[in-house]
Design a protein around this ligand. Structure first.
Ligand code: ATP
Ligand code: MG
Length: 468
């Protein structure tokens, strides 16, 4: 089924932007040329510059060999010698200078087995993935080399493989994911032959290391105005079924009156509504309801998803492990998913607000709110900022600003004090005592005073107290 999510928008394209290449970057090319070598700006940098984007990598391709490049510049680093790359260190930036390449055979569906140097920029451009990634710019003669119609494709908003798509994707199984990522980033369409090639090469894509897939996927979360467009392209082409089939379970699964969309669409729109500068929150938004289909129950004509946050967390753990996220990133995302359902009413006491902070962790509050707001906008039935969340946010910020105690660490005494006061050795008792004190302090902050806490300790655990 054809994607309805996202839509094509034409990217700005302006050849005049090529004039804006900074002097230091030009000087790198000029120095190579002065030494009698060929040299061009190539790759994503040229593309991004034409699109008017600000932060641009200036990668250079040359027929000079790495050792020649090292000899030409004062400060260099051998960052990728085995791929023919030397980084020239400038005062305003670093410039990757790579010897023209022609790739060898592709064994593991990802890495060219061996790098063979090429003599011409044409050969180097032919090994590149998409037409608008295969542009070379010569700043000395102000000449743009465009062998495959990349400028036209870029102007029309089309991602097109260089050469025969099935063949190019079979050489490197990461390319279909790059196609989707770039389509989502620029809100381009994937040209038909290129798009139709993806379902034919899924076996090849499956061979790509999970870390590479994860990196492409997260680059898409960080760079696409609407990741939903890319995720839905993944669904259409079979890529989603390879890596996150759980999301497909929500396709067409209807919800209750609070929702305009099925679970799948709601997940994608929530992802869009989360901040791009927090890709992990976007990921949490994408996965926050992944357990809903498995918990869906209709009772008296009402649709419920009881405890879906726990099922979502469990399923998300499998997904994030499959994609080899670090434990730290995984646990953060899982934490956000599990707590996304917190409730709030204005009748909450200050103690209840503090308990929420304690449970969620001060350091996670901002992300959790971003997730919750994304969830709210992803419903498709809500307009305007949720007032109740703003009210809760204000109360939380006030409590934090008052430097209230939310954890054992914030108490006016520590474990050593507890051991001394109760004359007990280190052990679980100490933790129990601290958590008892924290409970009391969460309820009443005025108790957070060393003497009062010691008093509470003796009262509860001291000789004759009876309570353990
Ligand atoms: P960005 O830097 O915005 O993530 P990019 O297209 O610049 O995107 P890079 O990984 O920096 O991606 O690659 C630089 C260039 O190298 C690309 O523009 C493309 O010409 C080429 N390239 C990168 N990966 C591949 C690949 N898997 N197959 C063929 N060419 C590639
Ligand atoms: Mg790049």
């Amino acid at each position: 089924m054809k994607s309805k999510l996202g839509k094509k928008s034409k990217c700005r394209f302006d050849r005049a932007n090529l004039k804006k290449i900074p002097a230091e970057a030009r000087a790198v090319v000029a120095a190579l040329r002065a030494a009698g070598k060929k040299a061009y700006f190539v790759g994503g940098g040229v593309r991004d510059l034409l699109a008017g984007l600000k932060a641009v990598d200036f990668d250079v391709a040359t027929d000079a060999r790495p050792e020649e490049v090292r000899g030409l510049f004062r400060r260099t680093a051998p960052t990728g010698i085995k791929h023919g790359t030397v980084t020239v260190l400038g005062s305003r930036g670093n410039y990757e200078v790579t010897t023209f390449r022609r790739d060898g055979k592709y064994g593991d569906a990802r890495h060219p087995d061996d790098v063979t140097y090429a003599r011409t920029v044409e050969e180097d451009l032919s090994r590149r993935d998409f037409t608008f990634n295969a542009l070379a710019y010569d700043p000395v003669d102000d000449k743009l080399i465009d062998l495959f119609g990349g400028v036209d494709d870029f102007k029309r908003g089309v991602v097109r493989a260089v050469g025969a798509a099935v063949e190019r994707f079979s050489e490197d199984g990461l390319r279909p994911l790059r196609a989707v990522r770039l389509a989502a980033r620029f809100e381009f369409e994937i040209e038909a032959e290129t798009l139709n090639a993806i379902p034919k090469v899924l076996e090849r894509v499956r061979m790509v290391a999970a870390e590479r897939v994860r990196d492409e996927f997260m680059k898409m979360q960080a760079a696409a105005p609407k990741p939903s467009y890319g995720v839905d392209l993944m669904r259409e082409t079979g890529l989603l079924d390879l890596y996150i089939p759980e999301l497909l379970e929500g396709y067409g699964v209807t919800q209750n009156e609070f929702h305009a969309y099925d679970v799948y669409t709601h997940s994608l729109y929530s992802c869009d509504a989360a901040p791009a500068e927090k890709p992990l929150v976007r990921l949490a938004a994408l996965l926050h309801d992944v357990g809903k289909p498995r918990t869906r129950v209709v009772r008296d004509g009402r649709v419920t998803f009881y405890n879906h946050q726990a099922v979502s967390r469990r399923m998300a753990r499998h997904i994030l492990d499959r994609l080899r996220f670090s434990k730290k990133e995984r646990d953060h995302v899982l934490h956000l998913i599990y707590y996304h359902m917190f409730g709030y009413t204005p009748s909450w006491t200050d103690a209840a607000v503090r308990r929420l902070i304690r449970k969620v962790g001060r350091e996670n509050i901002a992300d959790l709110f971003d997730l919750r707001i994304a969830d709210w906008f992803g419903n498709g039935t809500n307009y305007g900022f949720p007032g109740y969340l703003r009210a809760l946010e204000r109360r939380i910020n006030e409590a934090i600003a008052r430097e209230e105690a939310f954890t054992e660490k914030d108490l006016a005494l520590d474990g050593r004090d507890v051991m001394a006061a109760l004359e007990i050795p280190p052990g679980p008792k100490v933790g129990e005592a601290l958590s008892y004190l924290l409970e009391r302090v969460l309820e009443d902050q005025s108790l957070n005073d060393r003497e009062r806490l010691l008093g509470l300790l003796r009262e509860k655990f001291g000789p004759g107290a009876g309570g353990e």
